[in-house]
Design a protein around this ligand. Structure first.
Ligand SMILES: NC(=O)c1ccc[n+]([C@@H]2O[C@H](COP(=O)([O-])OP(=O)(O)OC[C@H]3O[C@@H](n4cnc5c(N)ncnc54)[C@H](O)[C@@H]3O)[C@@H](O)[C@H]2O)c1
Length: 380
């Protein structure tokens, strides 16, 4: 298969490039290097199955060029970071919504088999319900969260209107190899690792009792693999099973979403061959279409205090002076929700997703990678 990975020079995207190349697929990586790095992908330059296109998803022609001949899309390109979006909502909007729409249009026109995209746990917004289940979201708390929710809405409309298969993966606090420890918008784990390796105290916002469902990168790779390659029949089987678990709670979701004829797939030759309807997907000519989002996490909860201790313990194995560092405590950050923990039942039932790495194992593997990559001279 030939897979287009947008944002393929970034943290998650570059890990996906490596994975799908190792499985023998052809990979096209589209990235404008806004927050990604050639260093993350240049080891693949000599592989004839790898093609890097330096370009911007805000340009439709670029998206169309990159997608040409591809069977599948794993769309990761976006401007991440809540604080960045608060500082510059317009650019986040252009990349994350206009760019996303370009990728949907290009995918529709290229008739790719499936469009899998990076959604986000930020879509749960101010909802306090735990664990987070896909159908119950709150109000967005940042421009970034709005963009990620709009992506889901667009994907749903494109699936229904043009007959596409769209799968959104709501990642929860992903961490691991190649996550950038530098820059103003570094995520908490690489930021703290970088501090500790410089023998400095990380700052914990609040009292350290807030918790997150930290998700190791290898689980995210598995989720993308399943989302891209799970057979239509297995997905439809999972959908039926999942939505029948609790008929009352999911009643509205059982309605047939296929009231419109999907023009994109309805070629001339199909005119006398109407689609067969099912509850959650429509078999259209030779393909089903659907749009679903899934929590991608481990399903655990680690407090920030426990995260600090785990990173300190792991890095102390390489440099004993790290073991005596204590954190500093700062004010709570506006807009931070106290706890975030995912239900992964939907991804398990429909995608067959079974995350293999708990947070503790991931912290150990990520610490080792950071130490080997940056040693004690890592800059902040
Ligand atoms: N890391 C997480 O915890 C997390 C959580 C939820 C969702 N996500 C989503 O996962 C995806 C990947 O995130 P990441 O953590 O790897 O971030 P990242 O910043 O490392 O990767 C994003 C990549 O997109 C590229 N990019 C940005 N703007 C672009 C544009 N206009 N055109 C082409 N390429 C562009 C960047 O250069 C970068 O390589 C993003 O969509 C992000 O919103 C990440």
């Amino acid at each position: 298969m030939k897979i287009l990975i947008t944002g393929g020079a970034g943290f998650i995207g570059s890990n996906l490039c490596d994975h799908f190349l190792s499985k023998g697929h052809e990979v096209v990586c589209l990235d404008n290097l806004a927050t990604g790095f050639e260093n993350n992908i240049k080891h693949n330059y000599s592989d004839p199955k790898f093609n890097f296109i330096e370009g911007d998803i805000r340009n439709l022609a670029t998206c169309q060029e990159a997608i040409s001949g591809c069977d599948l899309v794993a769309h990761q390109a976006a401007l991440g970071s809540v604080p960045r979006s608060i500082k510059d909502p317009a650019t986040t909007n252009q990349v994350n919504i206009d760019g996303f729409l370009n990728m949907l249009i290009a995918s529709r026109d290229a008739k790719v088999k499936r469009f899998v995209y990076a959604a986000s746990s930020s879509t749960y917004g101010d909802s306090k319900k735990l664990p987070k289940v896909e159908e119950e979201i709150g109000k967005p708390l940042s421009p970034y969260a709005i963009t990620k929710y709009v992506n889901e809405l667009y994907a749903d409309v494109f699936a229904k209107t043009y007959g596409m298969q769209c799968i959104g993966l709501r990642y929860f606090n992903v961490f691991g190899k190649r996550q950038d420890p530098n820059g103003a918008y570094a995520a908490v784990i690489p930021l703290w690792v970088s501090k500790l390796m410089n023998l400095k105290s990380p700052v914990i916002n609040g009292d350290g009792n807030y918790s997150r469902d930290f998700t190791f990168i290898d689980n995210v790779i598995e989720a993308n693999e399943k989302a891209l390659f799970r057979s239509d029949e297995d997905i439809l089987k999972g959908l039926r099973e999942y939505y029948n678990l609790d008929l009352d709670e999911h009643k509205y979701l059982l309605q047939d979403k296929s009231s419109t004829i999907p023009a994109g797939r309805h070629d001339e030759k199909d005119k006398n061959d109407p689609p067969r309807r099912t509850k959650r997907g429509t078999l259209f000519a030779d393909t089903y279409f659907f749009s679903e989002v899934f929590n991608i996490a481990y399903g655990g909860n680690t407090t920030l205090n426990n995260l600090f201790m785990a990173l300190r313990n792991n890095l102390s194995k390489f440099e004993k002076n790290i073991s005596s560092i204590e954190p500093e405590y700062g004010p709570f950050r506006v807009g931070d929700i106290p706890h975030s923990q995912a239900s992964i039942l939907k991804a398990q039932t429909i995608l067959g997703y079974e995350p293999k790495f708990d947070a503790k194992t991931g912290f150990s593997m990520a610490s080792e990678w950071y130490f080997n990559e940056f040693g004690m001279s890592s800059d902040e």
